[in-house]
Design a binder for this molecule. Structure first.
Ligand SMILES: NC(=O)c1ccc[n+]([C@@H]2O[C@H](COP(=O)([O-])OP(=O)(O)OC[C@H]3O[C@@H](n4cnc5c(N)ncnc54)[C@H](OP(=O)(O)O)[C@@H]3O)[C@@H](O)[C@H]2O)c1
Length: 305
C-alpha cells in the first residue's frame, strides 16, 4: 500500500513516519513544507509540499497515485487562528479542498485530521454523532474542513482527536505534558485550569489509529484519542506524580481567569467504542503514555550528550 502524508514535520507527522517506514507492506511518501526535519531520512521518499499550493498538490498526488493520503498539516495554534483568519482559512479549509480534488482523480482514500474543538463543550465524553458547535475560529475552520471532505470526497475518513502529547527529536514543539514537566522541573509556579475536561491522546496511538483506518479502508468519522477522561488540572497533577515533581507549584485556575484570544470548550473527551469495534483500536492508558515518553526522553538525552 502506498501512503502519502502531509505535514510530516509536525508531531503526528513525525510519529507517522516512525510507524509507517517500519512497515514492510507500506510504501511511504512523506511531505512537508520546506526541508525534511525527520532525523533518519531512510526507508521512505520525501517531497517538499506546501498544501496551500493547488498545482503542487495536484502534481505530487498525480506523480505518486497513493492509495491513501493522511492530511496532518494544519494551522494548529488555536489563538493564532483567532487573529490570523485568512491564513487559517487557507490551510484548514481551502487546502483541504485541493487535497480532496487531487485524491478524487485517483480514487485515493483521504484521511483528514480534525479536533474536539468543533464542539461547544457542554458535556462529554462524546460519540461521533454529536452535533458540532465551535466556540473558536480554529474550531470553526476545522469543522468547515470536515464539511469540505464530506461534501467533495468520494473516499474519505475524518479522524477527530484531542490534546495530543508526545516527543519528537527536534523538540521544537511543546505540548501540555512537556510544558508541565519542564515548568515544574525548573521550579516555576503554574496556573492550571480545573474546569476543562479531556481524554488526552498519546501521539503514537493517534498514528496507529490513522494506520488502522488506512489498512482497513474504513470510511466515515472516527474518534481517536486516549480513553482516560480527566480535567487539565488532574492531567498536570498526574504528570507531577509520575516524575515526582513538586505539586505545590500547581495553582488551581479557572478558564475565566486565563486570558486567551480563543475560547476553549469546557468539557470534551471522546467515546472510542466505534474505533475499538471497527478498527481494534486500543489506546495506552495515560500513565503508560507517560512511561513511553520517559523512555524516549532518556534515549534522546543519552543520544545528545
Ligand atoms: N496537537 C493537538 O493537540 C491536536 C488536537 C486536536 C486535533 N489536532 C489535529 O491533528 C492534526 C495534526 O496535529 P499536530 O499536533 O501534528 O500539529 P503540528 O505539530 O502543529 O503539525 C502541523 C504541521 O503542519 C505543517 N504545515 C503548516 N502549513 C503547511 C503547509 N502550507 N503545507 C504543508 N504543511 C504545513 C506544519 O509545518 P511546520 O512544522 O513547517 O510549521 C506542521 O509540521 C492537525 O490537523 C490538528 O488540527 C491536533
Amino acid at each position: 500500500m502506498k501512503v502519502l502524508i502531509t505535514g510530516s514535520n509536525g508531531l503526528l507527522g513525525q510519529k507517522l513516519v516512525d510507524l509507517l517506514k517500519a512497515r514492510s507492506n507500506i510504501n511511504l511518501i512523506a511531505t512537508a513544507r520546506g526541508i525534511d526535519r525527520y532525523p533518519d531520512q531512510t526507508g521512505y521518499l520525501y517531497e517538499s509540499l506546501d498544501i496551500t499550493n493547488a498545482e503542487e498538490v495536484k502534481l505530487i498526488v498525480a506523480k505518486h497515485k497513493p492509495d491513501a493520503v493522511i492530511n496532518t498539516a494544519a494551522m494548529t495554534n488555536v489563538d493564532a487562528c483567532e487573529t490570523e483568519r485568512e491564513a487559517c482559512d487557507l490551510l484548514n479549509i481551502q487546502a483541504v479542498k485541493y487535497l480532496v480534488e487531487a485524491c478524487n482523480l485517483f480514487n485515493t482514500h483521504i484521511i483528514h485530521l480534525s479536533t474536539d474543538f468543533i464542539f461547544d463543550g457542554t458535556h462529554g465524553p462524546l460519540t461521533e454523532s454529536e452535533i458540532p458547535k465551535p466556540l473558536s475560529y480554529y474550531g470553526e475552520s476545522k469543522l468547515k474542513g470536515e464539511k469540505t471532505v464530506m461534501e467533495y470526497s468520494n473516499n474519505w475518513s475524518i479522524v477527530r482527536t484531542i490534546l495530543v502529547y508526545g516527543i519528537v527529536s527536534d523538540m521544537s514543539r511543546s505540548n501540555i505534558v512537556l510544558w508541565a514537566k519542564n515548568s515544574l522541573e525548573s521550579g516555576k509556579q503554574i496556573n492550571v485550569v480545573a474546569d476543562q475536561f479531556r481524554t488526552p491522546t498519546l501521539a503514537e496511538d493517534l498514528a496507529l489509529g490513522c494506520l488502522l483506518i488506512a489498512e482497513k479502508k474504513a470510511n466515515g468519522i472516527y474518534n481517536i484519542s486516549g480513553n482516560d477522561f480527566m480535567s487539565v488540572f488532574d492531567l498536570v497533577y498526574r504528570v507531577a506524580d509520575f516524575w515526582k515533581l513538586d505539586k505545590s507549584l500547581l495553582n488551581l485556575a479557572s478558564s475565566d481567569g486565563i486570558k486567551q484570544p480563543a475560547k476553549r470548550p469546557p468539557i470534551t473527551g471522546f467515546r472510542l467504542d466505534k474505533a475499538m469495534h471497527d478498527l481494534g483500536y486500543i489506546p495506552h492508558s495515560f500513565e503508560e503514555g507517560l512511561a513511553l515518553l520517559d523512555q524516549q526522553l532518556t534515549k534522546l538525552i543519552t543520544h545528545n550528550s
